[in-house]
Design a protein around this ligand. Structure first.
Ligand code: FRU
Length: 469
């Protein structure tokens, strides 16, 4: 299948057709990365949510599978997670064939319409055939709603130390933490977030996991998406670093930090059950923003995921910082890099990586342009990374789109910049992921030139192959 329409990303995950939002149920099992996603198969705008499904051996090349979960009498299938119940604690599989269990939010549209406040509950479903077919649990919901409209997006993980499951759930303006012996009976443990972090919008799609910093000390990280209230307006994902004792999360500071300073990386979470021998914490997000997601000028499909990124934790003078680095699996798509001795290079493909080295903290502009006079400018100033997409192409569909986005450099000296371009997206990584900005763009014809305004800098261009054969 060739997913080759105009503006369709060639090395980013997109649904075969129609609407997609959040990544869901990301779990690794028997050599396959599973990616489920919020999907409305009957339209290219948001509607009754299903879980679409795809699998990959490398997080880069994807095979689309049939829809995994359909709405039922309890409601639409909103965001959630999936785990392998290795010890069959749920009893839904066997010791020899542990079940893959999806934990998701039921959103009951009838209850919502009727003005009730308890229409979001948590349900589970299981698969005994590597996610190919699914059975909903008879006793759903497994977590009832206490009378809070926003009560959703469960992310579940196994707590090795306490031999039980942990669920982190978004509850309007904070998260709740629950524990369970069996994924079915859930007990409330604690709340976090009322008086910390951004509160310009509703909290959604949390994640909770541990990472070790460069000194080998373990810390816990909460990812938390917020909409609106992001640094560029609309949707964005913040994070908190702290300690977690199996019941209560205690942050080390009260600084609000963002995993990505662009406008288009939302609802991202990490893969469950990555084998210990690999040990990476692997993330991807939905590459859009609720400000305009429903009206971006693509019609056969709407929305892509970001490239997969490995998260790591760095202790710095200003606190703990989360870095996002593109996964090396992407290298399998890379053609031969062309190194430029000029400040301008011709672009002969629409999917490529532009890499700048030897930046030495200089201020500079990197400009992608086409014959229409459209241009995307990535700018480095003394203290900021900036993306100017005001003249990047079609911006007419939303007054929020044509904007200049800025990220503070936080005192780092920039040595390297990588820009992953893929027809309708730009992902900028500074110093291999210390600062990240992800922005959508909709050039009316492909950019044909890239130029850099500083002479000492080394620029290279690497074509990226399509994942759709
Ligand atoms: C985040 C979100 C989730 C919800 C889902 C519905 O983008 O609003 O909170 O579960 O999308 O599609």
């Amino acid at each position: 299948m060739k997913y080759d329409e105009k503006l369709r990303p060639q090395y980013h995950f997109t649904p075969p057709t129609q609407w997609m939002n959040d990544p869901n149920g990301m779990v690794f099992y028997e050599g396959e990365y599973h990616l489920f996603y919020q999907h409305y198969p009957d339209s290219n705008v948001w509607g009754p949510m299903h879980w679409g499904h795809a699998v990959s051996e490398d997080m880069v090349n994807w095979e689309h599978l049939p829809i995994a979960l359909y709405p039922d009498t309890l409601g639409y299938i909103f965001s959630g997670s999936a785990v392998i119940d290795w010890k069959n604690t749920s009893g839904l599989g066997t010791a020899d064939n542990p079940p893959m269990v999806a934990i998701y939010t039921y959103h009951d549209p009838v209850g919502a319409e009727a003005g009730r406040n308890d229409f979001q509950t948590q349900g589970i479903a299981f698969s005994l055939d590597k996610g190919r077919s699914w059975t909903k649990y008879e006793g759903n919901p497994v977590l009832a709603n206490p009378g809070i409209i926003d009560f959703r997006d469960p992310k579940v993980s196994w707590d090795e130390a306490n031999e039980r499951w942990i669920m982190i759930l978004a509850v309007l303006d904070h998260v709740n933490i629950y524990t369970s012996p069996d994924l079915i009976r859930w007990e409330f443990q604690s709340e976090f977030g009322h008086t910390i972090g951004g509160h310009g919008g509703v909290w959604e799609c949390p994640d909770l996991f541990s990472l070790t910093d460069q000194y080998g000390d373990e810390k816990w990280v909460i990812l938390l998406s917020i909409n609106p209230g992001g640094p560029q307006g609309g949707s964005a994902t913040q994070y908190f670093v702290g300690d977690f004792d199996g019941t209560v999360f205690t942050p080390v500071d009260s600084v609000t930090r963002w995993i990505d300073y662009g406008a288009d990386n939302y609802a991202g979470v990490t893969w469950a059950d990555i084998p210990e021998i690999d040990g990476r914490r692997l993330f991807l997000g939905w590459m859009s923003n609720w400000q305009y997601a429903n009206v971006v000028p693509t019609y056969e499909w709407r929305s892509a995921m970001t490239i997969p990124r490995e998260l790591s934790l760095h202790k710095s003078e200003t606190g703990y910082l989360l870095q996002s680095k593109p996964v090396p699996e992407l290298e399998t798509l890379m053609g031969e890099a062309v190194v430029s001795h000029e400040s301008t290079m011709d672009l002969s493909t629409e999917s490529y990586l532009v890499e700048l080295t030897n930046v030495k903290g200089q201020s500079l502009d990197i400009t992608f342009s086409n014959e229409q006079g459209e241009r995307l400018v990535v700018k480095l100033t003394a203290d900021r990374l900036v993306i100017d997409r005001t003249k990047s192409g079609d911006t007419s569909f939303s007054e929020d789109f044509a904007a200049i986005h800025e990220a503070p450099l936080g005192g780092i000296s920039v040595s390297d910049i990588q820009i992953y371009m893929d027809r309708s997206s730009a992902e900028v990584f500074v110093n291999y992921g210390a600062i990240v900005m992800t922005d959508l763009i909709f050039p009316t014809t492909p950019y044909t030139k890239v130029s850099v305004s500083a002479s000492e800098v080394k620029m290279s261009l690497t074509p990226m192959a399509s994942i759709w054969k």
